[in-house]
Every structure is written in C-alpha cells, then in structure tokens.
Design a protein around this ligand. Sequence first.
Ligand code: SF4
Ligand code: SF4
Length: 443
Amino acid sequence: MKMSIEEIKNILRDCGVVGAGGAGFPTYAKFAAGADTLILNCAECEPLLTLHRQLLAQKSYEIISTFSEIGKALGVKKCVIGIKSAYVSTLDAITPIVKNFDNVEIKTLKEVYPAGDEIVLIYEVTGRVVAAGALPISQGVIVSNVETIYNAHMAIHENVPVTEKLVTVTCEVRKPQTVKVPLGTTVAELIDYCGGATVENPVFVSGGAMMGKIVSGGDVVTKTTNAILVLPAEHPVVKSKQRNPVFDSHRAASACCQCRMCTELCPRHLLGHPIDPSRFMRAVSNRNMSDTEAYLNAQYCSGCGVCETYSCMQGLSPRVLLSVAKNALKAGGIKPEPHEPSQAHPARSARFVPVERLTARLGLNKYNFATPISGYMKVKSVRLPLSMHIGAPSVAVVNEGDYVKKGQMVAKANNGLSVAIHSPIDGKVKFAGKEIIIQDCDL
Ligand code: SF4
Ligand code: SF4
C-alpha cells in the first residue's frame, strides 16, 4: 500500500533515522514540501572511504526502490542517483535495477573532491546554485546519502530502527575492513575487532582525512561515524588536525604571499559564494579588523580543507583560522544571512581537485587498499549519547535496572527537531541520564 509522506516521516522519526554521516540531520525533517528533485548522494569523495558505493552495490534493489517510493510520496519530478563514473562495479549493479523505476535516473560525476558536498553535488546534478547561507530546499532539492536511505528502507519496510552503523576501519590496522557496529561501541573495541593497530603510537581520525577529527579510544560509534583512520602520530593528516590557530595566525602574517590560490580553488567560492580565504588571510595577517566582510564571510566556509591541503604552497591553513572566526561569530549570536543565488565561476571546471592527487598529497597512497563490508561486531556493553543528531537531545524512557531488547526504544524524540534512540543489544540498563544511557549485555 502506498504511504503518504507524513506516514513515512513519522516512521523515520520513531525509528531514529538521521543523516548517516555528516552532522546527523534528522531525515524526516529534510523531507519538506516544495522539492522537485531528490538526490541520492553516492559521491563519497573523502579519500579511502568506500562504504556507500559498496552498500549501494550490495543492497541496490532495497535502496533504489525506497528512494523511488520516497520521491513519489514527496511528489518530486526526478530522483537522481549522483555517483562517480569511477565506481564501475556499483554502476554495473544499479544500472539494470534503475530501469525498473520510471522516476529514477543516474547522473555520473567526476572523481574530484568535494563532489559529495551537498551544495557542490546539487550544482553538478541540476545546474542550480544554492545561495550562500540557504538550504537545498530553496532550490527545490533534497539530498540523502546511501546509508540513510538504506536505514529508511529498514525502518519503512522491515520495521527495524537504527541500532547499528557501518564503519570503515583502515590504514594502520591489521584487518582493514568495513564493519557493522552496534551504536555506542568504543573506538578501542572496534580497533581490537579489526586486529589492532600496526603502529605503536596510533591516532584515530574519525570521519575521513579531510573533514574528520581526532577521537580517543574511549569515544563511541554514533549514527554519524563513517570511518576510523588509524594513523601514526607523526602522519601529516594527524598534524593538520593538531594545528594551533595562534601559531597559524603568526605564520600567516609572515608567510602568506597573497597568491590567491586558496580562493581560486575554493569549491564554494567557485560557486559564487562570498567566501574569500585569501582576503581573510590578508585581514588576519595585517590584524586588520576594519575589513569586517572578510570575517563575516567566514560563515560560508564549508570546512572542506581544500585550501589547507591542496591549494596553499606555503603550508598555511585558511580553514583553521576561518573555523576560529566562524565559531566566534556563532558564539556572538551572528547567523549566516541567506544571499541571493549566485553564478558559478566560468573557469570552475578547470579548477577541480582530482581525488587521486589529493590522496597522494595527503600521504595516503599506501593505504589505498580494499575495505570490504565483512564483519558484524558483538559487544558486552554500549554507551549511547542522547545527542547523536542535530536538534534537541532524545529523552531517556528507561531507568537503571530495566531489561531491554535489541531494537527497543530507550529514548524518545524530544519536542522540536529530534529523533528516538533504540537499544543496539539485549541487556540491562546500567545508567540512564539526560546525556547518556549505558547498557550491559545480558549474555
Ligand atoms: S594560498 Fe596560501 S599563500 Fe596564497 S593567499 Fe592563500 S593562504 Fe596566502
Ligand atoms: S575550507 Fe577552504 S577551500 Fe573549503 S570552503 Fe573553506 S575556504 Fe573554501
């Protein structure tokens, strides 16, 4: 029976479906009225990450049929799978299946970074530029990634809530692979499951070399954990994430030659957004606070890291300093103002960043090996943060000492933007507070 979009949204909220990766925006809230195009994001542009293309190849029918169904319920004209032409085996798997759905088509993309940035992807698929500070829906577009739509399929058709996350574990680890992990598992347990680190001083980078962050072994897998890169402490990717903004601002003053390469290659600047990292670096270098626009426009930086890892020949990091400015503006209550829709730069197509060259620049070529979806982890306990998504934290509905089954709701959606959280294991609740639920397995 055909479901209405409101019925689908209620199921997604109750089953805890959020963007699987990125910031974890609740999926039901994305499915707003006014869209004419739904995009399935299979660009997966962070070096070494292969989770989405593998999942789409393995679960093609489930994902594409649910994608088509949601598109029909939303009333959009087109459902487009945005996938790189380099993902040949996934394209081979999905091409015959797509033919069964009259509202679904494939758009192939170049092997460049950051093709998976929503705003970049929307331009590549539709030719429309989402204005700086505006949401994709302003251009009639909704984007969801592959694992999110797979989770939606499980919720809508199997009545299975989100209790696990696929995580790619790679680099300096004995058995690199992509594992299905119960939410709330510690990073240390996950690394152990993958055979342990192969270096003495491992540092764990969660989410990818470009936009990820350093986490500790005690941090847990959440609904947005895509990957854990295990790297030696002296690796350039680790060093780039440990930069000191004060030291960086002094380096900028002495070494920024105003070549403008950071601006010329900035993916958001190339879409006409007002972000201008070289102007910002000039203002920072000269301690010039009168160029207020340079600072205010920091809000339109996506944090993609192209300026830091690829553009700047002086080893400077506009990204780090821009993020300091962004955080200061946010703390001061200054929000990004939506701009008028802009035009893409005429030379944009000559300024792409090839993923192959980016991977080499990052010093990751030696880790470019297969990470097949292969394992399923079992754990003895889990720690579930109640803020795994954007919006209000979920509210615990269990108490210390309660026994819960796998899949049972342990925290309900809060008022406003929020989703529910479900138990990843059968077991006993050890602690239930406002920020976290801790459970032990009953085995
Ligand atoms: S690329 Fe580096 S040196 Fe050139 S303007 Fe940007 S920060 Fe300065
Ligand atoms: S991180 Fe650098 S390249 Fe990326 S959007 Fe910000 S300024 Fe542009």
